[in-house]
Design a protein around this ligand. Structure first.
Ligand code: C2E
Ligand code: CA
Ligand code: CA
Length: 576
């Protein structure tokens, strides 16, 4: 390793062992020379932390256990290093000369100090690191020293999981080296796993994970490897010859995991098919992870390949960004309205305003395509303002002909809630059209523990607005947000309903939720109602308000206006 910086030499010594490319690690570790060049911390110390990072580091910053495990290693290395160096840790102490001073640097060079001193420091560092890494296999002995039983258990889990990861990655590395077939990285997770945990308890959630692990054990042969990355995220690596073979394997995983004790499990798969075997394993994992994220949002298929989603997304994004301004100027955004019905009264009790983009060449573009993009770049504000204005005008049109009991709800993107501007816009719409505040309802998607949204919601509530919690049960929301936030109505998400209705247990939970909402004085509306069975069940358990294709799809405002008049027993000529 002569001729390299100390930090490069040390990280380089371990890089390949952990499946990283030597060249990249060398490049990255150059950054650690900074301290050393000021004559401060010896490069071996900073490089050692990078080695621990390579061995145990995780992408997931949420993983606090592993993080603190990493810090412990760094501390231990530092102590042992100082001991071996007779109390010295700074570069200028170890060399006896200061790198940062030109005259001393000249002396360092003249006396060949680096070649004399540094190999010995490097050797000591490598010995300490190797000793620490080896010990990870002897788990308990070391951990027991001065920790409580609880911590022992926690650390044991961490160490075991680190070992599992290392084993997995080294198996995969071998497979990549030895196989002449294609290699696929499959990452999947359980959709709405958090809800399963919330509803059935964490013990049940753990059982689900064990169930999946057992299935994978059964399915995988000795050249297929899997790893439970964290919580409900799994990684599987397999060889294959053609896409059909890979798809069949994925469908097999899906089939055996389709349900556990009556609860339907839906999996979302991201797939990366390796096109460059020299790429780092973690980068391959990353690509599969990106595809999995796309799979979660994909409505057409729950399996997404890395390349496809990438190209497709870039193309769509570009189109949206280039066309959105014109779309506003040329009024290509249109407000559609979807009726809300009362089951018991068989009558329209309101509507939700939903945006559509009618592009002159491309035709109708649905919000789930363009909203994620314009939410990211902030343009959503413009679109929402327009829809709110349209909704207000529509309400005015209804009240003008005497229909004063059909509130219209609009969606309020989370983007607005950062400041108060949107409140003035809403007030302005209400004033300009002289409509009642209670007729313009606001839908907000609540996420657990989001203080900013909680506060904004409270402000709106105090301002006299009616608040609807959108998409309840779709992802983050859990029961305790009901206690913490001032919503008037809960909108049960379609997927949540589908899930609940799939089992007797789920139906029971739904029934209890309905009575709980009644007791808390909250309104309830079921979204995405598509079948007669659903309507009957909802009616039976007392969830009276519904919205969904079974009754009507979102429609142009003119159509809704006609429908509403008919519903209220008015003929067309009533409008002046
Ligand atoms: P959302 O607020 O949950 O709206 C309900 C979505 O479910 C609508 O999709 C609606 O067309 C659809 N839907 C209604 N009934 C059924 C059913 O029975 N079956 C099925 N499969 N789907 C049903 P849409 O209009 O495509 O909107 C998607 C999402 O885009 C909305 O979800 C909302 O989050 C967002 N969005 C739509 N318009 C606006 C807007 O003006 N502003 C903002 N910020 N977001 C909007
Ligand atoms: Ca909504
Ligand atoms: Ca919704």
């Amino acid at each position: 390793m002569q001729g390299f910086h100390c930090s490069q030499a040390l990280t380089g010594a371990f890089a390949e062992e952990f499946g990283y490319s030597l060249k990249n690690v060398m490049k990255i570790s150059t950054c650690f020379g900074g301290g050393m060049h000021r004559g401060e911390l010896c490069g071996c110390v900073t490089a050692a932390t990078m080695v621990f990072g390579m061995a145990f580091g995780l992408y997931d910053p949420q993983d606090k256990e592993l993080e603190s495990f990493g810090y412990k290693n760094a501390d231990e290395f530092f102590d042992r290093f100082r001991e071996r160096m007779g109390g010295k840790t700074l570069c200028r102490e170890i060399l006896g000369k200061d790198f940062s001073k030109p005259e001393e640097l000249a002396m360092i060079r003249r006396e060949g100090l680096v070649k004399k001193v540094c190999p010995h420091v490097l050797q000591a560092s490598i010995e300490i690191i190797e000793d620490m890494l080896k010990r990870q296999d002897e788990e308990v002995v070391y951990v027991r020293l001065d920790t409580s039983d609880f911590e022992v258990e926690k650390l044991q889990t961490v160490i075991k999981s680190v070992n599992r990861q290392n084993r997995f990655r080294s198996n995969v590395q071998d497979l990549l080296r030895s196989s002449d077939r294609k290699i696929g990285f499959i990452q999947f997770d359980v959709r709405r796993f958090k809800i399963i945990n919330d509803l059935y308890g964490e013990k049940f959630g753990d059982e689900v994970l064990f169930f999946i692990k057992d299935n994978l054990k059964e399915l995988c042969n000795d050249r297929q490897f899997f790893l439970n990355l964290r919580s409900d995220v799994f990684m599987v690596v397999t060889e294959y010859d053609d896409d059909k073979e890979l798809m069949d394997f994925i469908r097999e995983i899906e089939e055996v995991s389709a349900s556990f004790k009556d609860v339907k499990l839906q999996l979302a798969f991201g797939v990366y098919s390796v096109d460059d075997k020299d790429m780092e394993i973690r980068q391959m994992e990353d690509r599969a992870a990106m595809a999995r994220t796309a799979a979660k949002e994909n409505v057409v298929s729950n399996v997404v390949f890395y390349e496809e989603q990438f190209k497709e997304l870039l193309y769509t994004r570009k189109f949206i960004e280039e066309n959105m301004h014109t779309a506003v100027e040329e009024k290509q955004f249109k407000m559609y309205l979807q009726p809300k019905y009362s089951i018991s009264q068989n009558r329209i009790v309101g509507a939700e305003a939903l945006v559509r983009w009618i592009h002159p060449e491309r035709g109708m573009i649905y919000p789930n395509v363009f909203i994620p993009v314009i939410e990211e770049n902030g343009f959503i504000k413009m679109v929402d303002y327009y829809i709110w204005e349209e909704a207000s005008r529509f309400i005015k049109r209804c009240t003008d002909i005497g229909i004063e009991d059909c509130p219209v709800s609009v969606n309020v993107s989370r983007h607005h809630l950062r400041d108060t501007e949107f409140m003035y816009v809403l007030m302005d719409d209400i004033k300009k059209n002289q409509i009642e505040k209670k007729l313009l309802e606001l839908e907000i998607t609540e996420t657990a523990n989001d203080e900013q949204i909680g506060q904004a919601a409270m402000r709106l509530k105090l301002g006299g607005f009616t608040l609807l919690m959108d998409d309840f049960g779709s992802g983050y929301s859990s029961l305790n947000v009901l206690l913490e936030t001032p919503f008037d109505v809960i909108k049960l998400d379609k997927k949540f309903m589908d899930n609940m209705m799939a089992s007797d247990k789920g139906k029971l939970i739904l029934e209890h939720m309905v009575s709980m909402a009644h007791e808390l004085g909250l309104g309830l509306l079921a979204e995405g109602v598509e079948t007669k069975e659903q309507v009957e069940l909802l009616g039976k358990i007392g969830c009276d308000n519904v919205q969904g294709y079974y009754f009507a799809r979102p429609m142009p405002q003119e159509d809704f206006f006609a429908l509403l008049k008919k519903d209220r027993g008015m003929e067309d000529h009533f409008e002046s």
